[in-house]
Structure formats: C-alpha cells, structure tokens
Design a protein around this ligand. Structure first.
Ligand code: SF4
Length: 199
C-alpha cells in the first residue's frame, strides 16, 4: 500500500502495517506528549464527571452520616468488578466500605478500589487543567487548555500523521474513561494506545 512501511517479522515473511511509533517523533517529545494526553484525559474526565455537592460532616466516624443511605455498586477501575458499599448523603458519595457479601471480591479490594472514593473527595485531586510555565505547574482555564492542546495535536498530525499521537492510559483511569480514550484514538486515526504500566 502506498505510503506504508514494510516491516519484516521473520525471514521470508513481511506485512504491510502501520508503524507502532512514528520514527520522526523523538523520545523526549513522545514522553512529553504522552504525559500531556494522560493528564488531559484524567483531568477532563474527572473534572467533567464530578459536580459540586455538599454533604454534612459526621463527627463520629463510627456512625452513619445523618440521613445517608447505602448503595451497592462496583469498582470501575478494572473488569474484575469488585463490590463497593457506597454511603451516600444528599446525593454525595461520602464514604465507602468493602462489600463482604459480593460474590467476586468477598470483602476484598486492591489499592485502587480501596481508594476509589478519592477520585471524588480527595483534596489533592486535579480540578482544573495544569500547565508547566517556567518550570512551575500553573492552573489554566479550560478554553486555554483545549485551544493550546488541540492546536498542538493538529500541528503534530499535519507534520507527522495521525500515528504520531500516542495515548497513554493510567491505573487511575476507570474502564469507562479508558473506553472513551480508545474511541478518541480511533477517531483520530492512531493505533497507539497503551497503559502506563507497560512503558
Ligand atoms: S478493587 Fe481492584 S481488582 Fe477490584 S475491580 Fe477495583 S481495580 Fe479491579
């Protein structure tokens, strides 16, 4: 096929394929872009999927939040689907417990599932896009972030083609986020999607 590279896989055999990484893309640029896309994915998804809500604090951690209810759900960080008992007050997820009666996890969680609620409540989570300016991470607005990143992505595609984009997933990306990330890559025209644990 015109424009495609021939890659030898063993003696006497070859196939026409998309290259995994564009050789024009330097490793440094690749890592910078990977970090940017992962950060953007995580921030945009967590920022857009969680709203501002208020829940009254509970003084005694051994007691239920006033007026709360327990909702049985599953952890969304991988396909195992471990059980979570979510305590919800006033529409806000305020606390989580393992689900002892869940047929798969039987009261167990890995570290990701055990900290699932942090995606919603942690004071350390990112709530806006960040840009490194003169070596210092600085909050920027969504319009600026989308404008700068889309311009950079378009420039890379114009120069090196859609395969030059690598989307790097994260262990703190839910299965739904990973699905959207993979969809974006497909529509963009890149087959380069992977998980940070494999780099
Ligand atoms: S707790 Fe861990 S193993 Fe269970 S579904 Fe969540 S990420 Fe997967």
């Amino acid at each position: 096929m015109a424009g495609k590279k021939k890659i030898s896989i063993r003696k006497g055999a070859s196939f026409s394929s998309r290259i995994t990484l564009n050789p024009k893309l330097a490793r440094r640029s690749f890592l910078k872009l990977s970090a940017a896309t992962a950060a953007l994915t995580g921030v945009s998804m967590t920022g857009r999927m969680t709203g501002t809500a208020r829940a009254a604090k509970v003084k005694d951690p051994g007691k239920a939040y006033p007026g709360s209810k327990t909702v049985k759900t599953i952890c969304s960080y991988c396909a195992v689907g471990c059980g979570i008992k979510a305590e919800v007050q006033n529409g806000v997820w305020v606390r989580q417990e393992v689900a002892q009666d869940h047929p798969v996890s039987r009261g167990g969680h890995c570290c990701k599932g055990a900290s699932a609620i942090d995606m919603v409540t942690s004071e350390k989570r990112l709530t806006s896009p960040m840009k490194r300016v003169n070596g210092k991470w600085t909050k920027i607005g969504w319009d600026q972030a989308m404008g700068e990143i889309s311009a950079k992505l378009t420039s890379i595609r114009d120069t090196d083609g859609p395969d030059a984009l690598h989307l790097n997933g994260s262990a703190k990306v839910s299965t739904e986020m990973a699905y959207l990330q993979r969809k974006f890559a497909a529509f963009w025209g890149s087959n380069n999607v992977d998980h940070q644990a494999r780099i």
